[in-house]
Design a protein around this ligand. Structure first.
Ligand code: ADP
Ligand code: MG
Length: 239
C-alpha cells in the first residue's frame, strides 16, 4: 500500500493545535495534582501506586510539551549548507544505542557528499522521529532498520533520497491515511505529534515524504530533499 503525503491540508490543522495541546497537557497535570493532594493526607501502601501514576502522567506531559515546542520552533528558519551525510551518521549513531536496547539492529548505508540547504536541527529532528517510530514499531526479536541515502535525479533535478525501512508491525491503509494527524497515535505513551512535525519540516525544505507499509510486515519511508552539488575539492568549512 502506498500513500503519497500531501500534507498541506493536514498542516492547516496546526493553527488549531495550540488549543488542543493545552487541553491535552492539562489532563495529565490535573491527574498529577489530584494524586499529590491525596498523598498529603494519606499514609498507606497505595502511595507507591500513586507515585507510579504521577510519574507516568508527568512523562506524558513532558513528551507532549517537547513535541509541541518543536512545532513552535518552526517559525525560526535557518538556511545553511548541510552535509546530510554527516547528519545521517550523527542521527543514526544517537539512535543506535536506543535501538540496541530494544534489540533492534541498524544498518546504515549512506553515500558520501550528500548536501542540502536548510535547517540542521530540524532536519535532524525529522529524521530522528522517523527512526524512532521504526524502532518502536519492532516488537519481535531480529528487528532491523535499514537506512539508505544517495543522490537521485528526477526530471533533471537532483535530490537526496533517504530510505528508512523497518520490519516492524506495519500499518493498514486506514492507519497510513491518518499519519501526520495531530494526536494520532497507537502507542500508550505516544504523543501523535512526531510525524506532524516531520512532515512540516520536510515540506518547509521543499521535500517529499512517502510511506509504504504492509500490515504485519514492515514499513518503508521515502524522503526526497533537493540536493546541492558541490564542486569537486571544495572544502567548505561551514559544513
Ligand atoms: P507517536 O510516535 O507519538 O505515536 P507519530 O506521529 O510519530 O506519533 O506516529 C503516529 C503513529 O503512526 C504511531 O503511533 C504508529 O501507530 C504509526 N507509525 C509511525 N511510523 C510507523 C512505523 N514505522 N511502523 C508502524 N507504525 C508506524
Ligand atoms: Mg513518533
Amino acid at each position: 500500500i502506498r500513500v503519497q503525503m500531501q500534507k498541506s491540508e493536514k498542516l492547516n490543522i496546526v493553527s488549531e493545535l495550540a488549543a488542543s495541546v493545552a487541553h491535552e497537557v492539562r489532563n495529565p497535570l490535573t491527574v498529577v495534582r489530584g494524586f499529590i493532594q491525596l498523598l498529603e493526607n494519606e499514609e498507606s501502601r497505595t502511595n507507591r501506586e500513586y507515585f507510579k501514576l504521577v510519574l507516568t502522567e508527568l512523562d506524558r506531559a513532558e513528551n507532549i510539551i517537547t513535541d509541541y515546542l518543536n512545532i513552535a520552533k518552526h517559525q525560526i528558519e535557518e538556511s545553511k549548507l548541510i552535509s546530510l551525510t554527516d547528519q545521517l551518521h550523527e542521527v543514526t549513531t544517537i539512535m543506535s544505542s536506543f535501538a540496541s536496547l530494544q534489540g533492534v539492529f541498524l544498518q546504515v548505508n549512506v553515500d558520501e557528499n550528500l548536501y542540502i540547504i536548510g535547517d540542521r536541527t530540524k532536519i535532524k529532528q525529522a529524521i530522528m522521529n522517523i527512526l524512532k517510530n521504526g524502532v518502536e514499531a519492532i516488537q519481535e526479536t531480529k528487528g532491523y532498520i535499514k537506512i539508505d541515502a544517495c543522490l537521485e535525479e528526477i526530471n533533471e533535478k537532483k535530490y537526496v533520497k533517504i530510505i528508512v525501512k523497518d520490519n516492524g508491525v506495519g500499518m493498514s491503509k486506514e492507519q497510513l491515511e491518518r499519519l501526520g494527524e495531530p494526536f494520532y497515535s497507537l502507542k500508550e505513551k505516544g504523543t501523535g505529534l512526531g510525524l506532524m512535525v516531520t512532515f512540516s519540516i520536510i515540506e518547509a525544505h521543499k521535500g517529499k515524504i512517502e510511506y509504504l507499509s504492509d500490515n504485519g510486515k514492515g514499513t518503508e519511508v521515502h524522503v526526497l530533499l533537493p540536493a546541492v552539488e558541490l564542486e569537486e575539492g571544495n572544502n567548505n568549512d561551514s559544513v
